[in-house]
Design a protein around this ligand. Sequence first.
Ligand SMILES: [Zn+2]
Length: 203
Amino acid sequence: MGTTPKEVERTFREAGAFLEGHFVLSSGRHSPKYLEKFQVLQWPARTEALSGAIAERVRGLGIETVAGPTTGGIILAHEVARQLGTRAVYAERKEGGTGREFRRGFQLREAERVLVVDDIMSTGGSVEETIAAVRDADAAVAGVAVLVDRSGGAAAKRLAGIPLVALWEVEIETYDPASCPQCAAGEPVRKPGTTPAAKERVR
Ligand SMILES: [Zn+2]
């Protein structure tokens, strides 16, 4: 496995993580495509290869710690950290509020150089919340790295100059349900992601 965007796309397709159909996203919008990152992350070898591509591209940033948002970010932060020879921490959703925080005794030094990693950057919300948690701890965000940027460049703009590594940039169209062409065609919609997995044989 290599590191070009085409190869990353192929990894997602081969793992069954790039789905086509009619989906309702967590935002409530509808889309004919859905990225189920855990279909990739369930394979340590695929996670290792993709994390290696990130590690290769952030080596010059002097990273001391890798931080990711729950849930996929835990797996990715751990493997990127393993390859960089650093530690990994993760930021959890604040209870009853917005934003994220470090718990579990995770502590960052003042000005510690942190790489924020995440699997899929859609609106960039989880990445921004993790950046805020790092800064709340007085540490420094030295870079951001994601497997997939599907924000169409919008999330990168909001990073305001923080170096960004995105292994694959993909445009995925979404629709308000009221103007969704698939709804208009009467196609049944399904909610992927957090719904219980169907009983299927693993290929
Ligand atoms: Zn629809």
